[in-house]
Ligand binder design. Structure first.
Ligand code: NAP
Length: 339
C-alpha cells in the first residue's frame, strides 16, 4: 500500500466518521500522548546529571551530617560523601559502630575529618541541645536525614506495641524535624545547603499493617515539600528521596536485584542526581532517582486507582505477615525438637 493510498484512507475515514467518534479518538490520543510524554520526561530526567556536590561545599571544608550512619543506606551516605570531599559528622545510636565507620573513613580518605556523636533518637530526652552545640560550630553543607525505624513485621495497628509506635514517631518524625531545625539557620546564612530526607514508597501508597511507619513517611514527605518551598531562593536545596526497597537490615532483604539495589548503588544514584526528579515526574522537592525505582513510581502515579494500590498493598503485607508467622512457627517447632 502506497503512502498516497494510506493518506486517502485516513482522510476518507475522518470524513465518514461521526463527530462523537472523532472527539473520543482525539481525547484518547491526547490522553495516551500525555502519558507517553510524562514517561519520556522521566527517562530524559534520569539521563541528566544532577547538581554537583561542590555547590554544597565538597572539597571546601564543609561538613556532611548523616543520621543513622552506621548501617545500610546511612553508612553508604557517610562513605560516599567522604569520598566526594566532605568532612563527615556521624550521628547514630551505638558508639562502637560509630568508631568503626570513622576509622574506615580515616583509612580510606586521610584528608577527611570525622566526628562521631552517639545519640538515641528514640528517646524523648535525647540531648538535642548538646548536638546543637557541636553542629553550630561546623560549616554544615549537607544534612542526610536518614535514621528510621519500621515494624519488625507487618502488624495490625491495634496489636502494635505502644513502645514501637512511640519510637517510630520519635525517630522518623521528631528526630528529622529537630536535627533539621539545628542546621537550617547556618545553611541559610551561608547561602548554601542540601537537605536530603530518606522517604519511602510507604507514603506514596498508604501501607496497611505498617500504618504508623507509612504515616510517618507521609509526614516527612509533605513536610519536605513545604520546607523546600519555604527555602526557595535561599541557596538551600531540600529533597525528599522516595525510596522503594533497598537491601538492608530494616528491609530484611539480603539479595539485590535491578529493582532492589544495594545501599552502595542506591546512594551513588542519589548523589549523582541531586535536583533530578526521576520517577517523581513534575513533583517539586521530591526525587526518585534510582533507575529501578523510578518506573515503579511512574506506574503507581499514572496507572490504576488509588483504591487498587491500597488493596494491592494490603494483600502484599498480609502475605508477608503470614510468611513471617509461618517462619516463626517453624523455628519454634525446631527449637522444641532441639534441632
Ligand atoms: N531499606 C529499605 O528498603 C528502605 C526503603 C524505604 C525507605 N527506607 C528508609 O531508609 C532509611 C535507612 O534505612 P536502612 O534500611 O538503611 O536501615 P538500617 O540498615 O536498619 O540502618 C539504620 C541506621 O539507623 C541507626 N539507628 C536505628 N535506630 C536508631 C536510634 N534510635 N537512634 C540512633 N540511630 C538509630 C542504626 O544504628 P544501629 O546500628 O546502632 O542500630 C543504623 O545506623 C530509613 O529512614 C528507612 O525508613 C529504607
Amino acid at each position: 500500500m502506497s503512502l498516497a493510498s494510506i493518506q486517502k484512507h485516513a482522510t476518507d475515514w475522518v470524513a465518514d466518521c461521526p463527530l462523537s467518534t472523532l472527539a473520543l479518538a482525539l481525547i484518547g490520543a491526547g490522553w495516551l500522548g500525555s502519558y507517553a510524554l510524562s514517561f519520556a520526561r522521566m527517562l530524559v530526567d534520569l539521563a541528566r546529571p544532577g547538581i554537583p556536590l561542590s555547590r554544597f561545599g565538597a572539597k571546601k571544608g564543609a561538613w556532611a551530617v548523616v543520621t543513622g550512619a552506621t548501617a545500610g543506606i546511612g553508612r553508604d551516605f557517610a562513605l560516599q560523601l567522604a569520598a566526594a570531599g566532605f568532612n563527615v559528622f556521624l550521628a547514630s545510636r551505638t558508639t562502637s559502630k560509630l568508631e568503626e565507620i570513622a576509622q574506615e573513613i580515616a583509612a580510606q580518605y586521610p584528608s577527611v575529618q570525622t566526628k562521631i556523636h552517639a545519640i538515641d533518637f528514640s528517646s524523648a530526652n535525647a540531648d538535642y541541645a548538646g548536638l546543637k552545640q557541636v553542629l553550630d560550630s561546623l560549616d554544615v553543607g549537607v544534612l542526610i536525614n536518614n535514621v528510621g525505624k519500621s515494624y519488625d513485621e507487618p502488624t495490625f495497628f491495634q496489636d502494635l506495641p505502644e513502645q514501637d509506635m512511640t519510637d517510630i514517631v520519635e525517630i522518623n518524625v521528631n528526630a528529622t524535624l529537630k536535627v533539621t531545625k539545628i542546621v537550617v539557620p547556618g545553611m541559610i546564612s551561608r547561602k548554601r545547603g542540601l537537605i536530603l530526607t530518606v522517604g519511602s514508597f510507604a507514603s506514596l501508597i498508604p501501607s496497611p499493617l505498617l500504618a504508623v511507619y507509612s504515616g510517618s513517611k507521609a509526614f516527612v514527605s509533605t513536610w519536605s515539600q513545604a520546607l523546600g518551598s519555604e527555602l526557595q531562593g535561599t541557596g538551600v536545596e531540600v529533597e525528599l528521596l522516595n525510596t522503594y526497597f533497598v537491601v538492608s537490615k530494616l528491609s530484611k532483604i539480603r539479595k539485590s536485584s535491578w529493582m532492589i539495589p544495594t545501599p552502595k548503588t542506591y546512594v551513588r544514584s542519589v548523589l549523582s542526581h541531586i535536583g533530578v526528579r526521576g520517577g517523581a515526574v513534575g513533583q517539586p522537592h521530591i526525587s526518585t532517582p534510582y533507575h529501578g525505582h523510578a518506573p515503579v513510581q511512574w506506574v503507581v502515579d499514572h496507572l490504576f486507582s488509588h483504591r487498587f494500590w491500597l488493596n494491592y498493598n494490603r494483600k502484599l503485607h498480609l502475605d508477608i505477615r503470614r510468611r513471617a508467622i509461618r517462619k516463626r512457627e517453624r523455628e519454634a517447632a525446631k527449637a522444641i525438637k532441639g534441632e
